[in-house]
Design a protein around this ligand. Structure first.
Ligand SMILES: Nc1ncnc2c1ncn2[C@@H]1O[C@H](COP(=O)(O)OP(=O)(O)OP(=O)(O)O)[C@@H](O)[C@H]1O
Ligand SMILES: [Mg+2]
Length: 250
């Protein structure tokens, strides 16, 4: 079996004194796969993502990233570890006053000592990879929503992270643009060996690009399914899982 690049064990997250958003969440993400986190609005998908990249302290459980236990990584070691993760947030905002190329250069300025010419070359390469080679000098206000998502992915890839986290990359896109984005994700995953963790509830996307998935559920306060989405669609007997994958009323 391919090596796990992320291991989540018995994870629980709560905010303040309220009951946990989820608990007993355990799964592995393997190198090079497209791993999907799905579930209804408010079940904790973004929260799980934030816990996985060290932005939220879990109430319980353990997260291992690229062989290192997150809880034990502190100071410079933690910064070095988290630098190896690329993230595109749900809001996905680009800096409005900067061109797409300048946006991609931001992480390079923050985290590397590359000279300006080298930064510009990396930005050109990353924008080329997502099909925006001709749009490098455009401002975010001059491009479409689909292009902005792709630029967001280019920026998340600036530091060549082995793992990319995307929170609802296709939200708000038309089906054709969304399918194009799916293809881009698969092409990058297969072409570069990058591991993807993608939050989405677009069934078409999940079936098209997901190697494996987990499903979170608000009522269950945790995971209700794990595995190959195509198998879950055929075989799951859980009413909520069936309802989602077969578009049936639960
Ligand atoms: N910082 C926070 N403080 C308190 N509660 C929070 C915080 N962040 C999230 N929550 C709560 O945790 C729950 C899960 O939120 P989360 O954003 O993870 O859901 P989600 O599955 O990503 O939903 P969506 O599909 O709408 O993006 C919600 O009830 C939310 O109100
Ligand atoms: Mg969310």
């Amino acid at each position: 079996m391919t090596e796990a690049v992320i291991r989540v064990e018995e994870l629980a997250v709560r905010f303040g004194t309220s009951p946990p958003i989820f608990r007993h969440v355990s799964f592995e993400v393997r190198r090079g796969e497209v791993f999907i986190i799905l579930g209804g609005s408010g079940c904790g998908k973004s929260t799980l993502l934030k816990a996985m990249i060290g932005l939220i302290e879990p109430a319980h459980g353990d997260i291992t990233l690229l062989g290192e236990r997150l809880a034990e990584a502190t100071g410079d070691a933690r910064r070095a570890l988290l630098r190896r993760l690329g993230v595109m947030w749900q809001s996905g905002a680009l800096f409005g006053s900067m061109t797409l190329a300048e946006n991609v250069e931001v992480p390079l300025e923050e985290h590397t000592a590359l000279p300006a010419e080298a930064r510009a070359a990396v930005a050109r390469a990353k924008l080329g990879l997502v099909g925006l080679g001709d749009a490098a000098a455009k401002l975010p206000s001059e491009i479409s929503g689909g292009m902005a998502k792709r630029a967001g992915i280019a920026r998340a890839m600036a530091l060549d992270p082995p793992i990319l986290f995307l929170d609802e990359p296709s939200a708000g896109l038309d089906p054709i643009t969304s399918a194009g984005l799916d293809k881009l994700i698969v092409d990058i995953a297969r072409g570069t060996g990058t591991t993807f963790v993608v939050v989405t509830h677009e069934l078409q996307s999940i079936l098209a690009i997901g190697d494996r998935c987990i499903m979170l559920d608000k009522a269950a306060h945790g995971m209700i399914a794990e595995g190959d989405p195509r198998k879950l669609r055929e075989e799951s007997t859980h009413p909520t899982v069936r309802a989602f994958f077969r578009r049936e009323a639960a």
